[in-house]
Design a protein around this ligand. Structure first.
Ligand code: ATP
Length: 348
C-alpha cells in the first residue's frame, strides 16, 4: 500500500490554479523528485503534503490516516525549507534538540538522539557552535539533522541544495543519497534542476503548469519522455519540425522514416548522443562548430535547409574528428527518435 496517497488534491490562489486536481501515490522508501520549471506548482504541492498550505479541494492520506485537516506538527512529515529556517540565536545542538523537547522527551533521551543525528550528518564536533558561524553546507546539515531526529515517515525537502555552490551541491547530493540509504525513510524533494533529480531520485514526477505530466524511474523519463516538454526539460534534445503523411514523417532536408500517427505537423525529438555521422554518398549538412568536452565532442551541424543539430560523439583517441566546414550526413537508430503530434501538445 502507498505511504502517501493524494486524491483530487487541488490548490487555487486568487487568480490562478497552482495545482490542478491531482491523484498521486508515494511508496514507502521512495526517494522522489518533483521536478519542474519555476512556478509549475511543485512547492505548493510539497507544502500541502507537509501541512503548510491548505488544499482548495482533495484529500491527503499518509500511512493509512487522513491528515488533510491536520497541522504540520500533527503529521508524520517533516520539512526542510529552502532557507533552512534554523534558529539563529541557538547553537547546533539546541537547534537539533528543539523539536524533541517539544515532543516531551526527557533530557537523557534528547542528548542521545541529538548525538546520533549529529553523527549521521558528520557534525558531532560542531554541537556547541552557533549556527550563524557555520558555512552554508554545514547549516544545510543542521537542517537535515533537525528534521531527521524526529524520525518522520516522510521527509520533505524544498529545493534542498539550491543555496549551495556547485561543488558543495555535488557533495551534498552524495550526502543525501547516503542519508536516504542509512535512514531508510521516504524522501520527497522539489527541484527545478534536472541533473539533481536524475542523480538523486529513484523516481521522478515531472510537473508542468500545475500538473504531473510524467512519473517514472530516471532512465525511463530520459529515454521515453512522454511529451516534447519533458524531452527538452530533461537532458539535451534536438527538436525538429517534421510533417507526417500516411505514416511517414519527412524532415525539412528530405529525410523520411516510418512513424505511425495522424497526418500533420510533428516534433521529432532526438538526443545529441543518438546522432552519428554516416558515410553516406550524399552529405546533407555542414559542420559549423566542434567543441572538445573531455569524454565527448560536441558538434553543431547545419543541414542544407538551415536546421541546426547538436551532436555528441564519444571521444575516441586515434580516430579523426570532423572539422569545421566538413560536409557530413547523419544517421540515427529509429528506436531513439520520438515523434510528438504538434496538435496534441497545445501547452508546449
Ligand atoms: P519555484 O521553483 O519558483 O518556487 P514552484 O514550481 O515551486 O516554483 P509554486 O511556488 O508552487 O511554484 O507556485 C505555483 C504558482 O502559484 C505560481 O504561479 C505562484 O505565483 C502561485 N503562488 C504560490 N504561492 C502563492 C500565494 N501564497 N499566493 C498567490 N499565488 C501563489
Amino acid at each position: 500500500m502507498a505511504l502517501v496517497r493524494l486524491t483530487g488534491l487541488t490548490k487555487t490562489f486568487a487568480r490562478s490554479v497552482a495545482v490542478h486536481p491531482l491523484d498521486f501515490e508515494i511508496e514507502a522508501g521512495d526517494f522522489l523528485a518533483v521536478l519542474g520549471p519555476s512556478g509549475c506548482g511543485k512547492s505548493t504541492l510539497l507544502r500541502m503534503i507537509g501541512g503548510f498550505e491548505t488544499p482548495t479541494a482533495g484529500r491527503i492520506n499518509i500511512a493509512g490516516r487522513d491528515v488533510t485537516g491536520l497541522g504540520p506538527e500533527n503529521r508524520p512529515t517533516n520539512m526542510v525549507f529552502q532557507g533552512y529556517g534554523l534558529f539563529p540565536h541557538m547553537n547546533v545542538r539546541q537547534n537539533v534538540a528543539y523539536g524533541l523537547k517539544l515532543k516531551g522527551l526527557n533530557r537523557d533521551e534528547v542528548v542521545g538522539e541529538v548525538a546520533e543525528a549529529l553523527r549521521l550528518v558528520h557534525l558531532e564536533d560542531f554541537a556547541e557552535r552557533p549556527v550563524v558561524k557555520l558555512s552554508g553546507g554545514q547549516q544545510q546539515r543542521v537542517a537535515l539533522a533537525r528534521a531527521l531526529v524526529l524520525r518522520p515517515s516522510v521527509l520533505l525537502l524544498d529545493e534542498p541544495l539550491a543555496a549551495l555552490d556547485l561543488k558543495l551541491r555535488k557533495a551534498m547530493q552524495e550526502e543525501l543519497r547516503r542519508l536516504h540509504r542509512v535512514v531508510g525513510g521516504t524522501f520527497v524533494f522539489v527541484t527545478h534542476d534536472q541533473g539533481e533529480a536524475l542523480s538523486l531520485a529513484n523516481r521522478i514526477a515531472v510537473m508542468e503548469a500545475g500538473r504531473i505530466v510524467q512519473v517514472g524511474v530516471p532512465e525511463d523519463i530520459y529515454r521515453r519522455p512522454a511529451s516534447r516538454f519533458v524531452s527538452t526539460f530533461i537532458g539535451e534534445a534536438n527538436v525538429l519540425s517534421g510533417e507526417r503523411r500516411d505514416g511517414v514523417v519527412t524532415l525539412p532536408w528530405g529525410l523520411s522514416f516510418p512513424a505511425a500517427g495522424p497526418d500533420g505537423r510533428v516534433s521529432v525529438v532526438v538526443r545529441p548522443e543518438h546522432v552519428a555521422l554516416a558515410s553516406d554518398a550524399s552529405p546533407a549538412g555542414e559542420v559549423r562548430d566542434v567543441v572538445f568536452l573531455g569524454s565527448f565532442v560536441k558538434l553543431s551541424v547545419r543541414m542544407s535547409e538551415g536546421t541546426e543539430l547538436s551532436i555528441h560523439l564519444p571521444e575516441q583517441p586515434g580516430t579523426g574528428m570532423p572539422r569545421v566546414g566538413d560536409r557530413v550526413s547523419l544517421a540515427w537508430r529509429q528506436e531513439n527518435v520520438r515523434c510528438f503530434d504538434d496538435r496534441t501538445s497545445p501547452r508546449e
